[in-house]
Design a protein around this ligand. Structure first.
Ligand SMILES: Nc1ncnc2c1ncn2[C@@H]1O[C@H](COP(=O)(O)OP(=O)(O)OP(=O)(O)O)[C@@H](O)[C@H]1O
Ligand SMILES: [Mg+2]
Length: 398
Protein backbone atom coordinates (compact mmCIF):
# COMPACT_ATOMS: atom_id res chain seq x y z
CA UNK A 1 0.00 0.00 0.00
CA UNK A 2 1.32 3.45 -0.86
CA UNK A 3 2.32 5.59 2.09
CA UNK A 4 0.34 8.74 2.70
CA UNK A 5 2.10 12.09 2.15
CA UNK A 6 2.47 13.17 5.76
CA UNK A 7 3.91 16.46 6.90
CA UNK A 8 5.32 17.59 10.23
CA UNK A 9 5.00 21.38 10.49
CA UNK A 10 6.64 23.42 13.23
CA UNK A 11 6.09 27.04 14.32
CA UNK A 12 8.57 28.27 16.91
CA UNK A 13 6.65 31.25 18.30
CA UNK A 14 7.81 33.72 20.93
CA UNK A 15 5.48 32.25 23.58
CA UNK A 16 4.74 28.74 22.29
CA UNK A 17 5.99 26.10 19.87
CA UNK A 18 3.22 24.56 17.75
CA UNK A 19 3.57 21.27 15.91
CA UNK A 20 1.16 19.71 13.47
CA UNK A 21 1.14 16.34 11.74
CA UNK A 22 -1.10 16.43 8.72
CA UNK A 23 -1.87 14.94 5.40
CA UNK A 24 -1.95 17.51 2.60
CA UNK A 25 -4.54 16.15 0.20
CA UNK A 26 -4.29 16.85 -3.55
CA UNK A 27 -7.50 18.95 -3.41
CA UNK A 28 -5.72 21.44 -1.13
CA UNK A 29 -7.45 20.31 2.06
CA UNK A 30 -5.32 19.48 5.06
CA UNK A 31 -6.26 16.54 7.26
CA UNK A 32 -4.93 17.22 10.75
CA UNK A 33 -3.84 14.01 12.48
CA UNK A 34 -1.96 15.49 15.43
CA UNK A 35 -1.56 18.98 16.86
CA UNK A 36 0.14 20.33 19.98
CA UNK A 37 1.48 23.54 21.51
CA UNK A 38 4.20 23.74 24.17
CA UNK A 39 4.92 26.99 26.05
CA UNK A 40 8.45 28.23 25.40
CA UNK A 41 10.78 30.65 27.09
CA UNK A 42 14.03 31.47 25.38
CA UNK A 43 12.56 33.23 22.35
CA UNK A 44 12.45 36.98 21.89
CA UNK A 45 10.53 38.72 19.14
CA UNK A 46 10.50 35.58 17.07
CA UNK A 47 14.26 34.93 17.48
CA UNK A 48 16.09 32.19 19.38
CA UNK A 49 17.91 33.42 22.48
CA UNK A 50 18.32 30.25 24.55
CA UNK A 51 18.98 27.24 22.39
CA UNK A 52 18.44 24.43 24.88
CA UNK A 53 15.12 25.66 26.22
CA UNK A 54 13.79 26.24 22.75
CA UNK A 55 15.03 22.85 21.50
CA UNK A 56 13.28 21.11 24.41
CA UNK A 57 9.99 22.86 23.65
CA UNK A 58 10.25 21.91 19.96
CA UNK A 59 10.96 18.29 20.86
CA UNK A 60 8.00 18.21 23.24
CA UNK A 61 5.53 19.73 20.77
CA UNK A 62 6.74 17.48 17.92
CA UNK A 63 6.56 14.35 20.11
CA UNK A 64 3.03 15.15 21.23
CA UNK A 65 1.79 15.87 17.70
CA UNK A 66 3.49 12.67 16.44
CA UNK A 67 2.02 10.49 19.17
CA UNK A 68 -1.45 11.90 18.62
CA UNK A 69 -1.11 11.02 14.93
CA UNK A 70 0.55 7.65 15.60
CA UNK A 71 3.54 8.73 13.52
CA UNK A 72 7.25 9.20 14.08
CA UNK A 73 8.05 11.95 11.58
CA UNK A 74 11.35 13.78 11.89
CA UNK A 75 11.49 15.68 8.59
CA UNK A 76 9.99 19.06 9.39
CA UNK A 77 8.73 22.07 7.51
CA UNK A 78 9.48 25.06 9.74
CA UNK A 79 8.18 28.63 9.99
CA UNK A 80 10.72 31.47 10.11
CA UNK A 81 9.72 34.63 11.94
CA UNK A 82 11.24 37.94 13.01
CA UNK A 83 11.69 41.46 11.70
CA UNK A 84 14.90 40.43 9.93
CA UNK A 85 12.74 39.00 7.13
CA UNK A 86 12.88 41.14 4.00
CA UNK A 87 11.45 40.91 0.51
CA UNK A 88 12.84 41.56 -2.96
CA UNK A 89 10.87 41.34 -6.18
CA UNK A 90 12.38 39.45 -9.12
CA UNK A 91 11.36 38.86 -12.73
CA UNK A 92 12.68 37.04 -15.76
CA UNK A 93 11.75 36.08 -19.31
CA UNK A 94 12.52 32.80 -21.05
CA UNK A 95 12.03 31.73 -24.65
CA UNK A 96 9.79 28.69 -25.19
CA UNK A 97 12.06 26.76 -27.54
CA UNK A 98 9.72 23.85 -28.24
CA UNK A 99 6.82 26.20 -28.99
CA UNK A 100 4.70 24.65 -26.19
CA UNK A 101 5.15 25.53 -22.51
CA UNK A 102 6.50 22.63 -20.43
CA UNK A 103 6.91 22.22 -16.68
CA UNK A 104 10.67 22.79 -17.14
CA UNK A 105 10.04 26.19 -18.77
CA UNK A 106 7.99 27.32 -15.76
CA UNK A 107 10.70 26.11 -13.38
CA UNK A 108 13.45 27.74 -15.44
CA UNK A 109 11.63 31.10 -15.58
CA UNK A 110 10.93 31.00 -11.84
CA UNK A 111 14.49 30.01 -11.04
CA UNK A 112 15.85 32.81 -13.21
CA UNK A 113 13.51 35.38 -11.64
CA UNK A 114 14.72 34.32 -8.20
CA UNK A 115 18.33 35.27 -9.01
CA UNK A 116 18.14 38.58 -7.18
CA UNK A 117 21.15 39.94 -5.36
CA UNK A 118 21.01 40.54 -1.64
CA UNK A 119 23.43 41.42 1.17
CA UNK A 120 26.12 38.88 1.97
CA UNK A 121 24.76 38.33 5.51
CA UNK A 122 21.37 37.16 4.16
CA UNK A 123 20.04 34.06 2.51
CA UNK A 124 16.87 33.10 0.70
CA UNK A 125 14.15 31.74 2.94
CA UNK A 126 11.56 31.18 0.25
CA UNK A 127 10.83 32.09 -3.34
CA UNK A 128 7.14 32.75 -3.87
CA UNK A 129 5.73 32.77 -7.38
CA UNK A 130 3.57 35.85 -7.93
CA UNK A 131 2.56 35.59 -11.51
CA UNK A 132 3.22 34.16 -14.94
CA UNK A 133 2.66 35.84 -18.30
CA UNK A 134 2.62 33.99 -21.61
CA UNK A 135 3.41 36.11 -24.70
CA UNK A 136 2.49 39.20 -22.70
CA UNK A 137 -0.81 37.83 -21.30
CA UNK A 138 -0.60 38.20 -17.55
CA UNK A 139 -2.36 36.24 -14.83
CA UNK A 140 -1.91 32.79 -16.39
CA UNK A 141 -2.37 30.22 -13.64
CA UNK A 142 -1.21 27.02 -15.36
CA UNK A 143 0.57 27.66 -18.67
CA UNK A 144 1.79 24.08 -19.22
CA UNK A 145 0.63 22.91 -22.65
CA UNK A 146 0.01 26.42 -24.01
CA UNK A 147 1.48 27.38 -27.39
CA UNK A 148 3.83 30.33 -26.84
CA UNK A 149 7.02 32.11 -27.86
CA UNK A 150 8.05 33.40 -24.44
CA UNK A 151 7.09 33.40 -20.82
CA UNK A 152 7.65 35.91 -17.99
CA UNK A 153 7.79 34.94 -14.34
CA UNK A 154 7.46 37.28 -11.40
CA UNK A 155 8.54 36.20 -7.91
CA UNK A 156 8.87 37.55 -4.40
CA UNK A 157 12.09 36.46 -2.75
CA UNK A 158 11.93 36.41 1.05
CA UNK A 159 15.35 36.65 2.67
CA UNK A 160 16.48 36.38 6.28
CA UNK A 161 19.65 37.02 8.25
CA UNK A 162 21.96 34.03 8.01
CA UNK A 163 22.88 34.05 11.72
CA UNK A 164 19.22 34.03 12.77
CA UNK A 165 18.44 31.20 10.37
CA UNK A 166 21.44 29.21 11.59
CA UNK A 167 20.22 29.45 15.17
CA UNK A 168 16.77 28.29 14.15
CA UNK A 169 18.25 25.39 12.19
CA UNK A 170 20.36 24.55 15.24
CA UNK A 171 17.43 24.32 17.68
CA UNK A 172 15.32 22.32 15.25
CA UNK A 173 18.20 19.88 14.73
CA UNK A 174 18.89 19.70 18.48
CA UNK A 175 15.25 18.72 18.92
CA UNK A 176 15.99 15.64 16.78
CA UNK A 177 14.27 16.95 13.65
CA UNK A 178 15.53 17.45 10.14
CA UNK A 179 14.36 20.78 8.65
CA UNK A 180 13.55 20.28 4.97
CA UNK A 181 11.82 23.55 4.08
CA UNK A 182 11.51 27.01 5.60
CA UNK A 183 8.38 29.11 5.26
CA UNK A 184 8.10 32.77 6.32
CA UNK A 185 5.64 32.80 9.24
CA UNK A 186 3.48 35.75 8.01
CA UNK A 187 2.95 34.05 4.68
CA UNK A 188 2.13 30.74 6.32
CA UNK A 189 -0.40 32.41 8.60
CA UNK A 190 -2.08 34.11 5.63
CA UNK A 191 -2.27 30.79 3.75
CA UNK A 192 -3.75 29.19 6.85
CA UNK A 193 -6.71 31.56 7.11
CA UNK A 194 -7.38 33.56 3.94
CA UNK A 195 -9.90 32.53 1.32
CA UNK A 196 -8.87 32.72 -2.36
CA UNK A 197 -11.43 35.41 -3.16
CA UNK A 198 -10.10 37.64 -0.37
CA UNK A 199 -6.59 37.22 -1.77
CA UNK A 200 -7.97 38.22 -5.12
CA UNK A 201 -9.79 41.43 -4.24
CA UNK A 202 -7.17 42.63 -1.75
CA UNK A 203 -6.66 41.82 1.91
CA UNK A 204 -4.29 42.71 4.73
CA UNK A 205 -3.45 39.93 7.15
CA UNK A 206 -1.99 40.65 10.59
CA UNK A 207 -0.74 37.80 12.76
CA UNK A 208 -0.40 39.51 16.14
CA UNK A 209 1.74 37.18 18.26
CA UNK A 210 3.57 37.56 21.53
CA UNK A 211 6.71 39.25 20.24
CA UNK A 212 5.96 40.00 16.60
CA UNK A 213 3.27 41.06 14.19
CA UNK A 214 3.44 39.48 10.78
CA UNK A 215 1.99 41.52 7.94
CA UNK A 216 1.01 40.34 4.48
CA UNK A 217 -0.89 41.98 1.69
CA UNK A 218 -2.50 39.93 -1.05
CA UNK A 219 -4.05 41.27 -4.22
CA UNK A 220 -4.82 39.73 -7.60
CA UNK A 221 -4.55 36.30 -5.98
CA UNK A 222 -0.89 36.77 -5.06
CA UNK A 223 1.17 38.02 -2.17
CA UNK A 224 2.27 41.62 -2.77
CA UNK A 225 3.95 42.43 0.48
CA UNK A 226 5.36 40.74 3.57
CA UNK A 227 6.85 42.33 6.66
CA UNK A 228 7.27 41.85 10.40
CA UNK A 229 6.93 44.40 13.21
CA UNK A 230 8.85 43.47 16.40
CA UNK A 231 5.89 44.18 18.69
CA UNK A 232 3.22 41.80 19.96
CA UNK A 233 1.16 41.09 23.05
CA UNK A 234 4.23 40.69 25.27
CA UNK A 235 5.12 44.37 24.80
CA UNK A 236 1.81 45.34 26.41
CA UNK A 237 2.45 42.96 29.30
CA UNK A 238 5.93 44.36 29.94
CA UNK A 239 4.67 47.97 29.70
CA UNK A 240 1.98 47.16 32.29
CA UNK A 241 4.54 45.49 34.52
CA UNK A 242 6.88 48.50 34.46
CA UNK A 243 4.18 51.18 34.39
CA UNK A 244 2.05 49.75 37.18
CA UNK A 245 4.90 48.27 39.24
CA UNK A 246 3.59 44.70 39.18
CA UNK A 247 5.36 41.43 38.31
CA UNK A 248 4.91 40.19 34.77
CA UNK A 249 2.56 37.32 35.70
CA UNK A 250 0.26 39.90 37.34
CA UNK A 251 0.63 42.22 34.38
CA UNK A 252 -0.32 39.37 32.02
CA UNK A 253 -3.38 38.55 34.14
CA UNK A 254 -4.42 42.22 34.25
CA UNK A 255 -4.05 42.40 30.49
CA UNK A 256 -6.14 39.29 29.84
CA UNK A 257 -8.88 40.27 32.29
CA UNK A 258 -9.11 44.05 32.07
CA UNK A 259 -7.09 45.51 29.22
CA UNK A 260 -9.12 47.08 26.44
CA UNK A 261 -8.67 49.73 23.78
CA UNK A 262 -11.15 52.60 23.71
CA UNK A 263 -13.22 51.40 26.68
CA UNK A 264 -12.88 54.65 28.68
CA UNK A 265 -13.77 53.12 32.03
CA UNK A 266 -13.39 54.50 35.54
CA UNK A 267 -12.78 52.68 38.81
CA UNK A 268 -9.84 50.96 40.46
CA UNK A 269 -8.38 47.46 40.52
CA UNK A 270 -6.82 45.77 43.54
CA UNK A 271 -3.54 43.92 43.00
CA UNK A 272 -0.87 42.59 45.34
CA UNK A 273 2.33 44.67 45.37
CA UNK A 274 5.57 43.14 44.03
CA UNK A 275 6.98 42.55 47.52
CA UNK A 276 4.96 41.68 50.61
CA UNK A 277 1.26 41.22 50.94
CA UNK A 278 0.18 44.85 50.69
CA UNK A 279 -2.57 45.61 48.25
CA UNK A 280 -2.13 48.19 45.54
CA UNK A 281 -4.97 50.18 43.98
CA UNK A 282 -4.61 50.75 40.28
CA UNK A 283 -6.88 53.18 38.43
CA UNK A 284 -8.35 51.42 35.37
CA UNK A 285 -7.75 54.62 33.41
CA UNK A 286 -4.01 54.32 34.05
CA UNK A 287 -4.01 50.73 32.81
CA UNK A 288 -5.93 51.74 29.70
CA UNK A 289 -3.56 54.60 28.95
CA UNK A 290 -0.55 52.27 29.05
CA UNK A 291 -2.26 49.75 26.76
CA UNK A 292 -3.45 52.41 24.33
CA UNK A 293 -0.05 54.09 24.08
CA UNK A 294 1.52 50.78 23.02
CA UNK A 295 -1.32 49.92 20.65
CA UNK A 296 -0.95 53.32 19.02
CA UNK A 297 2.79 52.86 18.54
CA UNK A 298 2.13 49.37 17.15
CA UNK A 299 -0.56 50.60 14.73
CA UNK A 300 1.80 53.35 13.52
CA UNK A 301 4.51 50.76 12.78
CA UNK A 302 2.05 48.58 10.88
CA UNK A 303 1.02 51.67 8.89
CA UNK A 304 4.63 52.32 7.91
CA UNK A 305 4.61 48.92 6.21
CA UNK A 306 1.19 49.43 4.63
CA UNK A 307 2.20 52.85 3.28
CA UNK A 308 4.64 51.07 0.93
CA UNK A 309 1.70 49.61 -0.98
CA UNK A 310 0.23 51.52 -3.84
CA UNK A 311 -3.55 51.09 -3.59
CA UNK A 312 -5.85 54.04 -3.99
CA UNK A 313 -8.86 52.40 -2.29
CA UNK A 314 -7.20 50.11 0.25
CA UNK A 315 -7.94 46.38 0.66
CA UNK A 316 -11.45 45.55 -0.57
CA UNK A 317 -11.66 42.55 1.78
CA UNK A 318 -10.32 44.57 4.70
CA UNK A 319 -8.08 43.23 7.46
CA UNK A 320 -7.99 39.69 8.85
CA UNK A 321 -6.26 39.18 12.20
CA UNK A 322 -4.95 36.06 13.93
CA UNK A 323 -2.58 35.39 16.82
CA UNK A 324 -3.14 35.70 20.57
CA UNK A 325 -2.33 39.43 20.59
CA UNK A 326 -5.27 40.14 18.27
CA UNK A 327 -7.66 39.03 21.06
CA UNK A 328 -7.06 42.28 22.95
CA UNK A 329 -10.50 43.71 23.66
CA UNK A 330 -11.48 46.63 21.46
CA UNK A 331 -8.61 46.16 18.98
CA UNK A 332 -10.93 45.34 16.06
CA UNK A 333 -13.03 48.46 16.41
CA UNK A 334 -9.98 50.61 17.15
CA UNK A 335 -8.42 49.56 13.83
CA UNK A 336 -11.71 49.86 11.94
CA UNK A 337 -12.10 53.47 12.96
CA UNK A 338 -8.40 54.28 12.53
CA UNK A 339 -8.11 52.76 9.05
CA UNK A 340 -11.70 52.82 7.80
CA UNK A 341 -11.49 49.18 6.62
CA UNK A 342 -13.49 46.22 7.92
CA UNK A 343 -11.50 44.12 10.40
CA UNK A 344 -12.35 40.50 11.22
CA UNK A 345 -10.77 37.67 13.18
CA UNK A 346 -9.40 34.80 11.09
CA UNK A 347 -9.23 31.09 11.85
CA UNK A 348 -7.63 28.22 9.91
CA UNK A 349 -9.76 27.02 6.99
CA UNK A 350 -9.80 23.99 4.67
CA UNK A 351 -9.19 21.48 7.43
CA UNK A 352 -10.26 17.93 8.08
CA UNK A 353 -9.39 15.51 10.89
CA UNK A 354 -8.83 17.21 14.24
CA UNK A 355 -10.25 20.41 12.86
CA UNK A 356 -11.91 21.62 16.06
CA UNK A 357 -8.56 21.82 17.82
CA UNK A 358 -6.68 23.25 14.87
CA UNK A 359 -9.22 25.95 14.09
CA UNK A 360 -7.89 28.13 16.89
CA UNK A 361 -6.41 31.38 15.45
CA UNK A 362 -3.17 30.62 17.33
CA UNK A 363 -2.54 27.70 14.95
CA UNK A 364 -2.79 29.72 11.73
CA UNK A 365 0.98 29.63 11.13
CA UNK A 366 1.48 25.92 11.63
CA UNK A 367 -1.54 25.11 9.44
CA UNK A 368 -0.17 27.36 6.68
CA UNK A 369 3.29 25.82 7.05
CA UNK A 370 1.86 22.34 6.50
CA UNK A 371 0.01 23.59 3.46
CA UNK A 372 3.08 25.34 2.03
CA UNK A 373 4.90 22.01 1.80
CA UNK A 374 2.49 21.12 -0.94
CA UNK A 375 1.90 24.37 -2.78
CA UNK A 376 3.95 27.10 -4.39
CA UNK A 377 7.01 27.28 -2.15
CA UNK A 378 9.71 27.12 -4.76
CA UNK A 379 13.40 26.94 -4.00
CA UNK A 380 16.09 27.50 -6.61
CA UNK A 381 17.13 24.22 -8.17
CA UNK A 382 20.67 24.47 -6.86
CA UNK A 383 19.39 24.71 -3.32
CA UNK A 384 19.89 21.48 -1.46
CA UNK A 385 16.92 22.15 0.83
CA UNK A 386 14.59 22.18 -2.13
CA UNK A 387 16.10 18.99 -3.48
CA UNK A 388 15.69 17.38 -0.09
CA UNK A 389 12.04 18.39 -0.05
CA UNK A 390 11.49 16.86 -3.45
CA UNK A 391 13.17 13.71 -2.20
CA UNK A 392 10.99 13.75 0.88
CA UNK A 393 7.90 13.91 -1.29
CA UNK A 394 9.08 11.13 -3.52
CA UNK A 395 9.82 8.94 -0.50
CA UNK A 396 6.48 9.65 1.08
CA UNK A 397 4.46 9.07 -2.06
CA UNK A 398 6.04 5.67 -2.79
N1 LIG B 1 -7.54 37.23 25.36
C1 LIG B 1 -6.39 37.85 25.12
N2 LIG B 1 -6.31 39.20 25.19
C2 LIG B 1 -5.15 39.84 24.96
N3 LIG B 1 -3.99 39.21 24.64
C3 LIG B 1 -4.01 37.87 24.58
C4 LIG B 1 -5.19 37.11 24.80
N4 LIG B 1 -4.90 35.80 24.68
C5 LIG B 1 -3.58 35.73 24.38
N5 LIG B 1 -3.04 36.96 24.33
C6 LIG B 1 -1.63 37.31 24.06
O1 LIG B 1 -1.21 36.70 22.86
C7 LIG B 1 0.21 36.56 22.90
C8 LIG B 1 0.61 35.22 22.35
O2 LIG B 1 0.12 35.08 21.04
P1 LIG B 1 0.61 33.92 20.07
O3 LIG B 1 0.42 32.61 20.72
O4 LIG B 1 -0.03 34.14 18.76
O5 LIG B 1 2.16 34.27 20.03
P2 LIG B 1 3.43 33.47 19.46
O6 LIG B 1 3.07 32.79 18.20
O7 LIG B 1 4.01 32.63 20.54
O8 LIG B 1 4.46 34.67 19.20
P3 LIG B 1 5.08 35.30 17.85
O9 LIG B 1 4.15 34.96 16.74
O10 LIG B 1 5.18 36.75 18.09
O11 LIG B 1 6.43 34.68 17.70
C9 LIG B 1 0.64 36.76 24.35
O12 LIG B 1 1.29 38.01 24.49
C10 LIG B 1 -0.70 36.75 25.11
O13 LIG B 1 -0.68 37.59 26.24
MG1 LIG C 1 3.10 33.31 16.20
Amino acid sequence: MAKRPLILAIDVGTTKVSALVGEARPDGELTVLGIAATPVSGMRRGLVFEVERVALAIRDAANRANSMAGTDLTQAVVAVNGDHLAIIGGQARVAIKSGTVREEDVDQATHKAAQVSHEHDRETVQVIRRGLAVDGFRGVVDPVGMVAHQMDAEVLVVTGLTTVLRNLRRVVTMAGLNPVLWVPAPRASADGVLADDEKHIGVVHLDVGGGTTGITVHRGGHIQYLGVVPIGGESITSDLSVGLGVVSTQAERLKLEYAAVGAERDGTLEVRAVSGQSVKLIPVKELEEIVEARVEEWAGMVEQHLSRIDWPKGPAAGVVMTGGGSLLKGLNSYLESRWGWPVRMGAPIGLGGLSDLSRSPGYSVVVGVARAARTEGIKPESDSLWQRLVQLWLTLWN
